[in-house]
Design a protein around this ligand. Structure first.
Ligand code: ATP
Length: 569
């Protein structure tokens, strides 16, 4: 299939903001594409080259793309940078510069297929280590040389994984269902189980409903985690679960999905990133304590301060852990512990349709702890509010976040935030928001971005709506780190203010939500403070404006009007 056909679809998608129209455009197109090209086309249409969990990364910096555009179009680099500042998007800049090339030079574009583009990305991802930047550059130039301006725009956008008209996951699920006449619930189920829309689409095309139904979880392929709703009290949790439930410490660490197949172990974050290389000690613990040929475990990984033994915020140390290669040194700096709390797969069989109580028993017989490093999460099955309250107090005292409560009869429902697993935390009022703009600091902090406008996603318009400016809660080190993170995401500059691509999600604590004309949402957070950067959340998991209104309504005694949002959808 020609890449230009896909470019036409991207352009059509760009012209509409209607979800229904987008779904129809995609469904019409993917219906007719060859089955072999379908997975790549579906991935490209969602703005990705490889699935989320794939180890392969393109790894091309904006600076390299600027050089490439400059080389091909014979424009000095500063000209390309100038255009980038105006357009705020390297893909659009590529299109603009290629357009001029077309007018000034004799140039005839050569046909490019979707496969050509994909194979080039695969080759680029394979290049690692010393000298790889130059090699990657060469390979991408080879492809872009043949491209029309519009093709260049989308090749660059895909290389940077920032496609302006990329379809959201929910839209793609609906389009697949519509294109191949299968129920959307089955498409979503498959995507939650194998985290791969491309493969899901191919199965839907070739074997329809029966094929989708046969899809199941498998080791080494991350599953979307089951998520929890907030409840205000232990009593509320018990009421929701028929008067008796499993209460567990809500450990203050990071969620880790553990996959074991023979001797091989892989670890995935909450957003399904492969963390295996960063956590070799956890791999050892799993090999020692998990008595199974194959297994998938859901667990929390806790990092502790060796002096106090208390948990330290995991996200803050992950970057550091990634840079230390000596395992013994890692162990000394931040001893890690693994607390598996669920089992989804064991020795060739999926366990997710069994009730929680059975899965818990299987978990306990599968993990044979050698010591404190890896053992099942602490669990108490009770109908006694007082016993659960004592556990809650103990959890907070030991530096953890509160309690989880689990319905004894519930199956494991990947990707669903429901009432079968709930969390009871001390602080309810935090939101996970995207940073959409930022301001350069003064004086000592010149050169750092120091305050950050945070926004929720309005699910009706797909627009980010700003709720406030966060400037407190950051250490100098965090400000420096945040500046490094945001710099590559800058899309436009207006004096001291920069707009950034909403890829960084932060958890923000606040006193209350007020109506306010200052920000685009019409509301403002009072006394917003940073709690932590949510590296474990993907940009799509930013809280919705519906959720913000939900908290506003509850705190103003209006009652629950808006449905609890479903993440990942
Ligand atoms: P939060 O910000 O509250 O951690 P979240 O959106 O990351 O929430 P939720 O599913 O809403 O995820 O809350 C449950 C989280 O609590 C899990 O993602 C997991 O990381 C953590 N956790 C800690 N201990 C447990 C436990 N015993 N059982 C289940 N989850 C646990």
């Amino acid at each position: 299939m020609l890449f230009s056909a896909l470019v036409d679809v991207f352009e059509k998608l760009r012209k509409t903001s209607s979800r229904l129209e987008k779904t129809a455009i995609i469904a019409d197109f993917i219906k007719g594409v060859p089955a072999d090209d379908l997975p790549v086309i579906v991935a490209f249409l969602t703005g990705r080259v490889f699935p989320l969990w794939d180890e392969r990364k393109i790894g091309i910096a904006s600076q390299t793309v600027i050089k490439i555009i400059s080389t091909i179009t014979y424009n000095p680099e500063n000209k390309v940078v100038e255009s980038y500042k105006n357009t705020g998007h390297l893909g659009v800049t590529a299109e603009e510069m290629f357009q001029k090339r077309k007018q000034t030079m004799f140039f005839e574009a050569d046909e490019i297929t979707v496969r050509n583009v994909y194979d080039t990305f695969v080759e680029i991802a394979r290049l690692t280590g010393a000298g790889s930047a130059t090699k990657k550059q060469k390979v991408l130039i080879g492809l872009l040389h043949r491209a029309t301006p519009k093709e260049a725009e989308y090749i660059v956008s895909l290389a940077m994984e920032y496609v302006l008209s990329g379809a959201k996951e929910g839209v793609m699920e609906e389009a697949i269902a519509r294109a191949f006449g299968v129920p959307v619930e089955l498409v979503r189920r498959s995507n939650m189980l194998i985290s791969d829309l491309g493969e899901t689409a191919r199965v839907a095309m070739l074997t329809g409903e029966a094929g989708l139904q046969a899809i199941n979880i498998r080791p080494m392929r991350p599953v979307r985690p089951m998520l929890a709703q907030n409840v205000a009290s232990i009593q509320e949790a018990l009421d929701a679960m028929g008067g008796r439930a499993d209460f567990e410490t809500k450990y203050d660490g990071a969620r880790l999905q553990v996959h074991k197949l023979g001797d091989e172990v892989r670890l995935y974050s909450r957003r399904l990133e492969n963390l295996t290389d960063a956590l070799p000690e956890i791999v050892d613990y799993v090999r020692q304590s998990v008595k199974a040929d194959s297994a998938i475990l859901d667990s929390e990984c806790i990092a502790t301060d060796p002096k106090t033994g208390r948990p330290v915020p995991f996200q803050n140390i992950l970057t550091r852990l990634r840079r230390i290669y000596n395992v013994e040194e890692k162990k000394k700096l931040f001893p890690l512990f693994l607390r598996p709390f669920d089992i989804l797969y064991l020795d060739g069989e999926s366990e997710i349709d069994k009730p929680f109580i059975e899965r818990r028993q299987i978990l306990e017989t599968t993990i044979l702890p050698l010591d404190e490093t890896c053992k099942p999460a602490m669990a108490l099955i009770t109908d006694d509010v007082k016993a659960a309250q004592d556990l809650f107090k103990e959890s907070l005292k030991s530096g953890n976040e509160g309690l989880m409560a689990k319905d004894l009869n519930a199956t494991y429902t990947p990707g669903v935030r429901g009432k079968k697993m709930v969390k009871i935390k001390e602080v309810l009022d935090t939101l996970d928001l995207a940073i959409v703009s930022s301001e350069w600091g003064h004086g000592r902090k010149a050169g750092w971005l120091t305050s950050f406008e945070v926004a929720a996603l309005d699910e009706n318009t797909d627009q980010y709506v700003v709720l406030g400016r966060v400037a407190s809660g950051f250490s100098d080190e965090q400000l420096q780190e945040m500046t490094e993170r945001l710099k590559p995401l800058i899309t436009a500059e207006h004096g001291r203010i920069v707009d950034v691509k909403p890829d960084v999600i932060v958890e923000v604590k606040f006193q209350e939500i007020q109506k306010s004309p200052i920000y685009s949402s019409g509301y403002a957070l009072r006394f917003p403070r940073l709690v932590r950067v949510r590296d474990d959340l993907s940009p799509e998991e930013v809280n919705t404006f519906g959720r913000v209104m939900n908290i506003y309504d509850i705190s103003h005694g209006i009652g629950v009007k808006h449905a609890e949002p479903q993440p990942d959808g």
